[in-house]
Write a protein that binds this ligand. Structure first.
Ligand code: ADE
Length: 265
């Protein structure tokens, strides 16, 4: 095994610190569902990248353009090539996060989308959350240290000024590959202290952490996981209206980011 070189870590930290003082120029917004992505594509007047930066044959779609002083790419993992439904979940989210960072070298990643909320923790349908931290709830490995690896808890970029300006709710986001919630998931979500639950956040956080790109999570609540209604029904019923709230919040966040550096967020 090659010896670990501490100097490369120090140099990397210095580069990250330097980048935090430059105005943000390039952002990548990762959104899992087409219904969630298209209003923002229109809002920022982005166009589909026909000469794809991604490998030939993958369904991943990039919309991009210039909005104010920012180069924005919205990355949607596209539809399953056989079943024709949106590629939701952690596998596609990690792949597009990795490929987008490699190809576009963004200054900031925004993972935006819908989420289930817990009314016991103060969430209501239509609320938009900025997650303070993220963790997985369906990677249970009951062996010392592997247990923490499975949970994969990570912090989002701290953005106190953004929070003050936009008046978003804050909470922990818990991620798993199911829309519903098994009893096992429920106890892990409780242990994670989560207020919202999605299917991508912690996977995007893992990749962003590996490649040292700051990331924030904007999640709009379509359904109350601890409410009376069946999750899938409530999700589909509220998807269109809540997507409009998500669209508004993401636009405000992008407007706030414009002209600022990471350390000013
Ligand atoms: N996205 C919207 N609602 C969700 C839920 N209940 N669980 C996971 N992801 C979601």
């Amino acid at each position: 095994m090659a010896p670990h070189d501490d100097r490369s870590g120090v140099a990397e930290e210095a580069m990250v610190a330097e980048a935090e003082k430059r105005p943000i120029a390039t952002i990548v917004i990762i959104i899992a569902m087409q219904t969630e992505a298209l209003p923002l594509v229109n809002r920022f007047q982005l166009t589909e990248d026909l000469d794809s930066v991604f490998p030939r044959g993958v369904p991943w779609v990039r919309y991009h353009g210039i909005y104010k002083d920012l180069h924005i790419s919205i990355i949607w993992p596209g539809k399953d090539l056989v079943l024709g439904v949106d590629n939701v979940g952690t596998v596609s989210a990690s792949l597009v996060a990795y490929a987008s960072i490699q190809a576009l070298q963004p200054d900031l990643i925004i993972n935006a989308g819908t989420a289930g909320g817990f009314k016991a923790k103060g969430a209501c349908v239509g609320d938009v959350f900025l997650a303070t931290d993220v963790a997985f709830h369906d990677r249970r490995i009951p062996i010392p240290v592997f247990d923490q690896y499975g949970i994969g808890s990570r912090k989002a970029l701290s953005a106190p000024n953004l929070l003050k300006e936009l008046n978003l709710k804050v909470g922990t986001l818990s991620t798993g590959d199911s829309l519903d919630m098994s009893p096992h998931d429920e106890s892990s979500i409780l242990a994670n202290g989560a207020t919202v639950k999605d299917m991508e956040g912690a996977a995007v956080a893992y990749v962003a952490d590996l490649l040292k790109v700051p990331v924030i999570f904007i999640k709009a609540v379509t359904d109350l996981v601890d409410g009376e209604k069946p999750t899938a029904e409530e999700f589909l019923q509220n998807l269109a209206a809540v997507t409009a709230a998500l669209d508004q919040s993401v636009t405000k966040v992008v407007d706030f980011i414009n002209g600022k550096c990471i350390s000013e967020l």
